[in-house]
Design a protein around this ligand. Structure first.
Ligand code: SAM
Length: 226
């Protein structure tokens, strides 16, 4: 990572390097041990994670989508499913420990030669790609992004068909505990009202090109990039 990497990015990277196993365990497939309060937060978070997972995979099942960038791929649950769907996948993450888990998950899955994948440890905003991809998946990514306009402008260059992204909602009962948890762990967190989201899309010229599904904790957003 180069010298221009911001303080925010360094904090997100070190947060996710330390949180990789705990985050992976929220999906419920590992026997990693968690405290009682964390378990409760995980249970509530798991519901929205599974909803956004389903919404994304329903859309990538489209045979017109041949290649997918998984931006902030984390522990690789999406990567494995994209591969099962036969896609060409570019998996990008800042955190080395997340990529280690993702690679292990892909290697342990019997894919019978389906799909192909490349892993990249990088800040998405700082990497220039040699080719475009049909789609991009940014789940649980905008939560940590200070300048979402820059990401959306870059996606316009990198992606030709569809973008699927989650945006964390600023309202709701549990938001205070999330804000406190992240503050205590020195990880930046950026939240959105529906109005914030609409203003953001307008600012980057994507008005009328997106649909929003309210998943309660998150907004699931599909953007038409064609
Ligand atoms: C909450 S995890 C979500 C993982 C995965 N998308 C999922 O939903 O299971 C967010 C991931 O985004 C990564 N990330 C955050 N900012 C990033 C950036 N600028 N470039 C690449 N990865 C980033 C973090 O390291 C972390 O692994």
């Amino acid at each position: 990572m180069n010298n221009t990497t911001s303080k925010d990015t360094q904090e997100v990277k070190s947060f996710f390097d330390g949180y990789a196993n705990d985050f992976d365990s929220i999906y419920g497939h590992t026997d990693h041990q968690r405290g009682i309060l964390d378990k409760l937060a995980d249970k509530l978070f798991r519901q929205v994670m599974l909803l956004r997972f389903k919404e994304t995979l329903k859309r990538t099942a489209n045979s017109a989508i041949h290649s997918v960038m998984d931006i902030g791929c984390g522990p690789g649950h999406y990567c494995v499913e994209f591969l099962k769907q036969g896609k060409k996948v570019m998996a990008i993450d800042l955190a080395e420990n997340m990529l280690k888990i993702a690679k292990g998950r892909v290697n342990e899955t019997h894919l019978d030669g389906k799909g192909e994948i490349a892993f990249l440890q990088a800040n998405y905003l700082e990497h220039n790609f040699e080719q475009q991809y049909d789609a991009a998946c940014l789940m649980g990514f905008f939560d940590y992004i200070k300048n979402p306009e820059d990401v959306l402008e870059k996606l316009k260059k990198d992606i030709t068909k569809e973008v699927y992204a989650s945006f964390p909602q600023s309202g709701g009962l549990l938001i205070w505990q999330r804000k406190i948890r992240y503050k205590m762990r020195n990880c930046p967190l950026y939240l959105y009202s529906l109005k914030d989201l609409q203003e953001l899309m307008k600012k980057v010229g994507l008005e009328g090109k997106y649909e929003v599904i309210d998943l309660k904790r998150d907004f699931f957003v599909k953007i038409d990039m064609s």
